[in-house]
Design a protein around this ligand. Structure first.
Ligand SMILES: [Zn+2]
Length: 211
């Protein structure tokens, strides 16, 4: 799944995980797990993300190589947040075979609206939105009653920087995959489009690719 931060990659990927019975592998979550576990790697990663910068390739590739070796990946997997550069894509080709790239097209103003209203559960990682996906009780997770908070990198001043980083480093990748004929575009131009609608579009892309 390719798309800027806040394009809904994580939401769609986790629904597709349930539908197809293959793991959703979010490199962002893997990185946050390292930070939460306060490993040495985690503290180095934390410094990058707080500045709105990308974590170095070697670090992510190392984490991902270990993850893709696990038995649950044998029937396939959905990657979310990786690759972000052509160099990462080339490294990925050395680890595994990629069948399809779903490219989410979402305008900047929708992303800024969505991310600056996003809340994350401190306990289970569930994602909410003050506008489009409100929790039943204010600032409390519906699933686990954990506390909801705004991630450091969802603050408005960091969002624009993240989008700039994305446009600069990832857009050449879109061309790379388009030339390889692996890329399929999905458009989402409205903040209130229900996730189910986008998931249906992605499912029909996957089903067409299987034929
Ligand atoms: Zn929760």
């Amino acid at each position: 799944m390719l798309g800027p931060p806040g394009s809904g990659k994580g939401t769609y990927a986790s629904r597709l995980m349930t539908i197809y019975g293959i793991p959703h592998i979010s490199t962002g979550d893997m990185v946050r797990d390292e930070i939460r576990a306060q490993t040495e790697l985690g503290s180095r990663i934390k410094a990058y993300s707080e500045r709105g910068e990308l974590v170095p390739d070697e670090t992510i590739i190392h984490l991902l190589t270990d993850r893709l070796k696990k038995p649950d990946c044998q029937k396939g997997f959905i990657l979310d947040g990786f690759p972000r550069t052509i160099r990462q894509a080339e490294a990925l080709e050395g680890i595994s075979e990629i069948d399809l790239i779903v490219n989410l097209n979402v305008p900047d103003e929708i992303i800024i609206q969505r991310l600056s209203n996003r809340l994350t559960c401190r306990r289970c990682g569930a994602i909410y939105n003050r506008v489009t996906l409100k929790p039943k009780r204010d600032e409390i997770c519906d699933k686990c009653s954990g506390e909801l908070f705004q991630r450091e990198d969802d603050k408005p001043e960091v969002i624009q920087e993240r989008l700039n980083v994305y446009r600069t480093s990832t857009e050449p990748l879109i061309e790379y995959y388009r030339r390889a004929n692996l890329l399929r575009d999905v458009h989402c131009d409205n903040l209130t489009t229900p996730p189910e609608e986008i998931v249906e579009k992605i499912k029909s892309i996957i089903n067409n690719a299987k034929k």
